[in-house]
Design a protein around this ligand. Structure first.
Ligand SMILES: [Zn+2]
Ligand SMILES: [Zn+2]
Ligand SMILES: [Zn+2]
Length: 119
């Protein structure tokens, strides 16, 4: 489909970002496995990545504290299911519903989204 896909109506939750495709890739992260979007405690909208959040929000991004890891904050763009943070963190980079591979490189950015201790 030509034009500018925003993706926001294509999912069960609102997704905003730059050039979001039908599996939540954005202009920043576009490889085959960049198929998740995340919401943050400061927002009710899902974003494909941290940079998309910065583009759309004027506020500082808040991070999820460990006592809220049971919240459903991760969208799998492939099967359109929303995962709890703890499910995502334990998923070994694979969607528990559709088995789509998630980018293991995201682990390097977890501290932007979650208050996890990095080793
Ligand atoms: Zn926010
Ligand atoms: Zn982005
Ligand atoms: Zn999935």
């Amino acid at each position: 489909m030509a034009g500018e896909p925003t993706g926001e109506d294509a999912f069960c939750v609102p997704v905003r970002g730059i050039a979001v495709d039908s599996e939540t890739r954005c202009s920043h992260y576009r490889t085959d496995w960049d198929v998740i979007a995340i919401t943050l405690p400061c927002c009710e909208t899902f974003f494909p990545c941290f940079e998309c959040h910065e583009t759309y929000c004027e506020h500082e991004a808040e991070r999820w504290p460990p006592d809220r890891f049971d919240e459903r904050a991760i969208l799998c763009g492939v099967c359109d299911s929303v995962l709890a943070i703890e499910t995502y963190l334990a998923s070994e980079h694979r969607c528990p519903h559709c088995e789509a591979a998630f980018n293991p490189g995201c682990t390097n950015h977890w501290d932007r989204y979650f208050r996890v201790e990095s080793e």
